[in-house]
Design a protein around this ligand. Structure first.
Ligand code: C2E
Length: 541
């Protein structure tokens, strides 16, 4: 019904129809001219039908959307899980690949042993460690006897089988801490890291000889093979990897010459044939110019407190072909041809410069001992050279200690006394080196202006076992004390030797027990370590 204009609308009310009991929303309207009430009504269900309808539609859409969202989320989850799994698999494959490449680069693919490159690295690291902690190592160089004959007659496959079996037997004959490597061909090496004495190395070499001598079965037949072993000890037979390998190789050839199937230790005699001497002499002339000389340093410690008191500078020659050459291999030659004078000048200069530099870095003033050979001592420019060096480097003279040997002092006593007095006037300290090996007249010793007496390492070596060496050592200590000299023991290698010297009032000591001679950079690190340890154990100092 369309309301006419002027109609009055009443309030909406819910009314219940008494007939069918239906609840209705009603509005009563009156028209102006008719007193008729028109009742418009809709049941509750009719009125809510539309809203319910849209509510259901909304619910339906919401459910659909939620299901869709859930499906999308689970799809995304699955995709990201798959992505992650693929990524981690790629990573693992990359790492595996890198490991494999590294393994192949550092291992011999026939025997699985470390190859030459890896062994060189292990040897160099081992040397640094040994130098720092005063340990010895042994390098065994092995070469199979008659390998070529077997390889040629039985074929390469049999040769390969033999090498594989060799690798296994060598690894089985040594400790796990020892390193076995294959350099190539039929050459193997064994590195024994912590050696106390050479008899220990002989035992290992004998075990290897025995392991190799057992029969091998190749292409269904039994074969026997032997091996020749050359042994070089670190540090005395070589202080760098190249020299040590070369000397072990020289010793191995010597073992072959001795009839194969045996082990031989390297000795300097093996490599000082005349040809090498000649080559050495001509290259020594160029060595200074080519900056091939190096100084190694070894510290000295106070016997009672353990504090580092100074160091000794020891000369080395880094030869381009022969590796690092020890001073006793070239100094006698340099003395013969006079080259020791310019070389000695370089030693003074380098040692003083280095000492000043360490002080500038904050190390306490430490003495620097430098060796002087007989020829240098006779050189008329010696005093002038030392004076110039002290001035040029700024080195405090009292920190420089010149070591002259007992035999040198006795050559021309009045002259020696004169030179030493001149040196003393400059403020430089004088030490008598290798004491006990010469035949000095003890009564004359007091005529020399000395500061320090160094007991030769040969007495210290047998100190624990030899009563004779013990009494000599005690006598030298007493003599030194009675002359008011500082007594230093050289070549101390064990705690027993150090304890003995301490009990017998030796002042200072030096030797592998503390550290080996080492290049400046390594020495610097070792000094830092020693000072730190000293300060930790003596916090009040
Ligand atoms: N077995 C053993 N040896 C130890 C121990 N501690 C130190 N040594 C070694 O003993 C030698 C001590 O030096 P030296 O008696 O002055 O004997 C020196 C010295 O006479 C001479 N020398 C070294 N450097 C120079 C130098 O710059 N000029 C001159 N003229 N001679 C030098 O060469 C000699 C040998 O020097 P290096 O081969 O460096 O040998 C050094 C050192 O490496 C130890 O605990 N056990």
């Amino acid at each position: 019904m369309v309301p006419a204009s002027g109609a009055i609308g009443g309030p909406v009310a819910v009314k219940v129809n008494p007939w069918d009991e239906t609840r209705r929303y009603t509005v009563t309207r009156e028209l102006f001219e008719f007193p008729v009430a028109i009742v418009v009504g809709l049941s509750e269900a009719e009125r809510l039908a539309e809203a319910e309808q849209s509510e259901q539609t909304y619910l339906w859409y919401a459910t659909l959307a939620s299901l869709l969202l859930l499906a999308i989320l689970s799809l995304l989850g699955r995709l990201s899980w798959r992505l992650q799994r693929t990524q981690s698999r790629i990573m693992e494959e990359r790492v595996d690949h890198a490991r494999r490449v590294e393994y192949l680069a550092f291992h011999d693919n026939l025997t699985g042993l470390p190859n030459r490159a890896y062994f060189t690295r292990l040897l160099t690291q081992g040397m640094q460690h040994s130098r720092r902690y005063g340990k010895r190592q042994a390098l065994l160089f092995l070469d199979l006897d008659r390998f070529k004959a077997i390889n040629d007659s039985l074929g390469h496959d049999a040769g390969d089988d033999l090498l594989k079996e060799m690798g296994k037997r060598l690894s089985g004959a040594v400790r796990e801490s020892d390193v076995v490597a294959r350099l190539g061909g039929d050459e193997f090496v064994v590195l024994i890291p912590e050696v106390i004495d050479e008899s220990q190395v002989t035992v290992v070499a004998d075990k290897i000889l025995a392991a190799v001598s057992l029969p091998f079965t190749l292409v269904g037949q039994e074969f026997r093979i032997t091996v020749s072993i050359g042994i070089a000890m670190f540090p005395q037979d070589g202080e760098d990897e190249q020299t040590l390998m070369k000397h072990a190789d020289v010793a191995m050839y010597h073992a072959k010459e001795q009839g194969k199937n045996n082990a031989q230790f390297y000795s300097t005699q093996l490599s000082t044939d005349s040809l090498e001497r000649l080559a050495l002499e001509s290259s020594m002339r160029k060595a200074l110019e080519n900056r091939e000389f190096r100084l190694y340093y070894q510290s000295k410690q106070d016997m009672l407190t353990g504090r580092v008191t100074g160091m000794e500078a020891l000369l080395r020659w880094q030869h381009p072909d022969l590796g690092l050459i020890a001073p006793m291999q070239f100094i006698p030659l340099a003395e013969e041809n006079g080259l020791i004078v310019p070389i000695g000048r370089w030693v003074f200069n380098t040692a003083c410069r280095q000492n000043v530099e360490w002080q500038m870095q904050g190390f306490p003033p430490l003495s620097m001992a430098v060796n002087l050979s007989a020829r240098q001592f006779l050189d008329e420019h010696l005093l002038g050279d030392i004076k110039t060096t002290l001035e040029e480097t700024g080195m405090a003279p009292e920190l420089l200690e010149l070591e002259i040997t007992e035999s040198m002092m006795m050559l021309d006593m009045p002259r020696t006394v004169r030179i030493l007095k001149d040196l003393k006037r400059m403020g430089v300290r004088i030490a008598i080196d290798d004491f006990g090996t010469g035949y000095s007249s003890l009564s004359k010793l007091k005529d020399f202006p000395l500061d320090t007496i160094k007991i030769d390492g040969s007495f210290i070596q047998d100190l624990v076992n030899s009563a004779e060496d013990r009494s000599l050592t005690e006598a030298i200590i007493e003599l030194g004390k009675s002359l008011g000299l500082t007594v230093v023991a050289e070549g101390v290698e064990s705690i027993e030797q150090a304890d003995y010297l301490r009990v017998h009032s030796c002042d200072q000591f030096q030797g592998f027990y503390i550290n080996m001679p080492m290049p400046a950079t390594e020495f610097e690190m070792s000094m830092r370590d020693q000072f730190r340890r000293f300060e930790d154990s003596n916090p009040s100092e």
